[in-house]
Design a protein around this ligand. Structure first.
Ligand code: ADP
Ligand code: ZN
Length: 516
């Protein structure tokens, strides 16, 4: 079978992208396989092409019900018979579709996971000739993933029992080893059938802006990238609305998107952005899953996302056309608190919360690191032999690197002298020697480290503690009132076994101003 010819004929593409052909070959030989590719890497073709070749129907399960219609429409547009069944389909329409599917004419059937676990639907499904089961957004199956949904996991036993032993293809853009192992176990996928393509996005330049006036930054940025297509991600709906309102009347064609808008408005906003009727869209993370817009030139994060997985997925929406694109994260350490708050309030057991907190910690390390940002992400996803990208804001940071071991020792020993019982704020005030933390029952003023940084500002000192935490010399206890503790790495610094280096002189940090 000439797969290239089929690719050209059915989809109009000349060559396969990395990983596609390998996965397609495995699927066509009836095996269970998993594809781990970055957002925009071209995962869909890996089941769409086999679907056109295999004798029976390809069942595509996806937790993203809202996207099914678009996916089906675009397949029908290129002449591939596809349909979907989910809760949005009316009864009579559903019956009609089912009869049509029974004729064998449909090559791809998209279904929602909750349909699979419905007994009646399942027995109908069991009598179809299913050649392939594609499981999209597979990371949702893993509690190690960033978006675990137990309802997705519940359908797996039923899928496994479907007759005819169809081939399986699980797809995800989440690549941590933990998630990968977990999925391979859940889905019985042999090691040699896991295809993982490189995650590096060479056309994407990563940048971090720390301590800037966010609103001013965004305003200047958008103005100076006029006519370019961009996405601004904000953490909360009210931030989205405020930014959106801020830009009204400023000559920017801007839209907004969040779960608080009506279905109709969301749809309209999405279409306007897709068809270039707006240039910029301000959105919460509800926006973008499966959005197939190739000319997005920048993704700006107004506040830090909770995980590296989400961050990389969101920035991955820039530059899908392969042309240069940019992703800028506006970082203020205080933004982490909102995430901590939601993690504490979330449903789920302590293990789950802890895993989210660890992910958040990794994200904060990304924001604080002084080494290559792209390399940091690739290392996180377990890629080996990665090299600095040479163009991210850290690679281009030409401030001198200085040895700050002595200052680090002072700060760390203060933490120890305070019995590792206090949070960043208190430690900062003791280091700077503020009166309000002296002369009470705790007698901090008697510590040799009290006021040891009296010539520094609170801000500088607090930044030093952030730096030490992000680089693993201190660790945070988490919880509502996080305490800073000495790590093993920090102990080595105190013992003089490890030195600490840092970029000289932080950029002048303006107080970041919130518009909410
Ligand atoms: P993912 O699901 O991995 O995020 P998609 O399957 O949506 O990515 O593909 C991203 C874009 O790349 C789509 O516009 C798709 O049509 C295009 N694409 C996929 N495979 C190829 C290919 N072999 N050659 C050219 N373009 C491709
Ligand atoms: Zn770099």
């Amino acid at each position: 079978m000439n797969l290239e010819a089929i690719l050209k004929e059915e989809f109009g593409y000349d060559t396969f992208r990395i990983g596609q052909k390998e996965l397609i070959e495995k699927v066509l030989s009836g095996e269970k396989a998993m594809g781990i590719m970055p957002t925009g890497g071209g995962k869909s073709i890996c089941y769409q092409l086999p679907a056109t070749v295999l004798p029976g129907v390809t069942l595509v399960v996806s937790p993203l019900i809202s996207l099914m219609k678009d996916q089906v429409d675009s397949l029908n547009e290129v002449g591939i018979p596809a349909t979907f069944l989910n809760s949005t389909v009316e009864w009579h329409d559903r019956e009609e579709r089912m009869r049509y599917i029974e004729t064998g004419a449909v090559k791809l059937l998209f279904v929602a996971p909750e349909k699979i676990v419905n007994d009646e639907f399942y027995s109908w499904l069991s009598q179809l000739d299913i050649s392939l089961i594609a499981i999209d957004e597979a990371h949702v199956l893993s509690s190690w993933g960033h978006d675990f949904r137990s309802s997705y996991l519940e359908m797996i036993p039923s899928l496994k029992k479907l007759p005819g032993s169809p081939a399986w293809l699980a797809l995800t853009a989440t690549a941590t080893q933990q998630v990968q192992d977990d999925l391979a176990g859940i889905l019985d996928i042999p090691e040699q059938n896991i295809v993982k393509t490189g995650f590096k996005r060479a056309n994407l330049t990563l940048k971090i802006e720390r301590g800037v006036d966010k609103l001013k930054f965004v305003s200047d940025y958008v103005q100076s990238h006029a006519k370019e297509s961009g996405i601004i991600y904000a953490g909360r709906r009210e931030d989205v609305d405020n930014l959106y309102n801020y830009f009204q009347g400023k000559g920017i064609r801007i839209g907004r998107y969040h779960a608080g808008l009506s279905d109709e408005e969301r749809h309209q906003q999405q279409e306007d952005f897709l068809y270039d009727r707006t240039d910029v869209i301000v959105a919460t993370n509800a926006f973008g899953m499966g959005i197939n817009k190739t000319n997005v030139r920048y993704v700006l994060h107004y506040s830090i996302p909770g995980t590296i997985e989400s961050y990389y997925q969101e920035v991955g929406r820039a530059g899908r056309d392969g042309l240069p694109a940019e992703a800028v994260l506006l970082y203020a350490p205080a933004d982490l608190n909102l995430h901590r708050f939601f993690i504490d309030k979330s449903l789920g057991d302590d293990d789950y919360k802890l895993s989210l907190k660890n992910k958040l910690f990794k994200m904060s390390q990304y924001a604080e690191t002084e080494s290559c940002l792209m390399k940091f992400i690739l290392d996180y996803f377990g890629e080996e032999n990665t090299e600095p990208c040479g163009k991210c804001s850290n690679c281009l940071d030409n401030r001198e690197i200085v040895d700050i071991t002595a200052d680090a020792q002072k700060a760390l020993s203060c933490v120890v002298r305070m019995d590792q019982k206090y949070g960043k704020k208190m430690i900062t005030r003791v280091l700077v020697g503020k009166d309000d933390v002296a002369n009470d029952w705790r007698h901090f003023e008697k510590l040799s480290t009290f006021g040891i940084f009296k010539d520094n500002t609170l801000k500088q000192t607090s930044r030093l503690l952030d730096f030490l935490t992000a680089n693993g010399f201190l660790k945070s206890s988490g919880g509502k009132y996080p305490i800073l503790l000495l790590s093993d790495k920090g102990l080595d610094v105190l013992k003089g076994k490890t030195s600490v280096t840092r970029r000289k002189e932080e950029k002048v940090a303006a107080e970041s101003k919130s518009i909410v």
